[in-house]
Design a protein around this ligand. Structure first.
Ligand SMILES: *[C@@H]1O[C@H](CO)[C@@H](O)[C@H](O)[C@H]1NC(C)=O
Ligand SMILES: *[C@@H]1O[C@H](CO)[C@@H](O)[C@H](O)[C@H]1NC(C)=O
Length: 419
């Protein structure tokens, strides 16, 4: 039944996109997709509906111009969930960044099913990246309420973060045919949380490998003083038994999401209590007190929670959920952060964001959780981002019987073709 639904939804979502065309049979549809789009498709954007009655990945093609076109809806084999907001905010159901993750090295997409306590993996067709195929069956997470995923650099290892009654991390070896749990890889974080959790504070919402691959970081929004939990990663992917707690400089209290600062053994952390924290991890044992640590206070911010980095521009882009504003931030050679520019997204709320480089041009794609849809910004230079497209997937999905609830939708990742 589920696979029937998946096939018909996939078919019909495509039909909606070629609205003037009458109903097509599957083979002619595939032909049409390939003949009209194959050469101009540069990549894909993926989000998850996180639906209670079935989680779907929605994919959009990224054309070589950076323009998006909605492409497919694919059932994950699991269901979504929603945390309990205190106070009621609405979007951000998992209080997380990274509920979907991509390994470009392996052409694999992974997604959490927060209501099923599982992770699903898919193979990405590198020639038509919005076309994804399940890689085995969903696998269990050990903990409850999975919120975030991280691939190692070579894509051979995938780790999942959970933020329910049983909370911590667990890792898998990534094979061509699916995910296999690594023996003894469960590491408890041990917060006192319910399933589903009450948030956004006292939850755990992001997991990330350091750029050198030697450490795995979880951003822990413990109240009243959040921290980064940092494990050592051995050459074979084995995690240290315990983790080191690293606190941001005084002022920062709610580490939400983490991004490496290229070439600096340091991270910048989206922190909705102030804006951002910069933390020098060159010596992890003393990192809480390292002299280069600092905060960035973003005046008037509502809840800066998500972060992405543009290689072409060399700046970070932080998304404020409540204000639906993107703040562009530069971190200088001495690890001093500063605000470069701010951009209004022209919607009510925004969540995850990811930068894609298409033919040397960077684009920032942001999940618009109120429409719902995706906002595209073209990054033309430092302080020169422009809002270039708004995609709405609520109505096209509704037309084919798939309800996309703005209260549940979450996660956004991009994939770019190699050629
Ligand atoms: C965990 O949290 C609940 C609800 O806030 C509280 O009643 C309980 O005492 C806490 N348990 C521990 C071990 O701290
Ligand atoms: C950091 O400094 C504080 C206050 O001086 C001290 O209590 C704490 O032990 C130090 N932490 C580390 C990891 O050195």
């Amino acid at each position: 039944m589920k696979s029937f639904q998946f096939l018909s939804v996939q078919l019909l979502v495509n039909v909606v996109l070629v609205a003037s065309t009458p109903l097509l049979d599957r083979s002619s549809l595939v032909d049409k997709v390939f003949s009209t789009k194959f050469s101009s498709i540069a990549g894909a954007v993926f989000v998850q509906t996180n639906g209670l009655n079935g989680n779907y990945i929605l994919s959009a093609n990224i054309e070589s111009s950076g323009t998006l076109s909605l492409s497919r809806a694919v059932y994950t084999g699991g269901s979504g969930s929603h945390g309990i907001d205190t106070p009621t905010f609405g979007g951000d159901p998992l209080f997380s960044q990274g509920s979907l993750a991509i390994s470009s090295a392996r052409n694999i997409l992974a997604v959490v099913n927060a209501g099923s306590d599982t992770v699903s993996a898919f193979r990405i067709n590198p020639f038509d990246p919005s076309d994804i195929t399940p890689l085995g069956k969903p696998v269990a997470t050990t903990g409850q309420f999975p919120t975030s995923l991280a691939f190692s650099g070579d894509g051979s290892q995938l780790c999942v973060l959970t933020s329910g009654k049983s909370n911590g991390i667990n890792c898998y070896t990534v094979y061509e045919w699916g995910l296999v749990p690594q023996a003894n890889s469960w590491r408890s974080i041990g917060l006192n949380i319910t399933t589903p959790p009450s948030g956004p504070t006292n939850t755990i919402g992001h997991i990330k490998f350091t750029d050198d691959g030697h450490h795995l970081i979880a951003a822990v929004k413990a109240a009243p003083a959040g921290y980064l939990a940092i494990w050592d990663v051995a050459w074979d992917g084995t995690l240290s038994k315990g983790f080191t707690k690293v606190y941001p400089a005084a002022g920062g209290a709610v580490p939400f999401a983490v991004n490496g600062i290229p070439g600096k053994s340091s991270v910048i952390v989206a922190d909705p209590s102030i804006g951002a924290d910069v933390i020098d991890l060159s010596n992890i044992q003393t990192a809480s007190n390292n002299s280069l640590n600092s905060n960035l206070i973003v005046p008037g911010q509502g809840a800066i929670c998500w972060i992405s980095y543009s290689k072409q521009i060399g700046n970070f882009y932080l998304v404020d959920a409540n204000k639906a504003v993107v703040t562009e931030v530069h971190v200088d050679d001495h690890l001093r952060p500063s605000i470069v520019q701010q951009y209004s997204l022209g919607t009510k709320s925004a969540l995850d964001a990811d930068v894609a480089t298409i033919r040397g041009q960077d684009f920032l794609y942001v999940l618009d959780s109120s429409t719902p849809g995706i906002k595209s910004l073209t990054l033309r230079g430092a302080s020169k981002a422009t809002l270039t497209q708004s995609v709405n997937f609520g109505a096209p999905a509704q037309n084919v019987g798939l309800t996309v609830d703005p209260f549940y939708i979450t996660g956004l990742v991009t994939y770019v073709r190699n050629s």
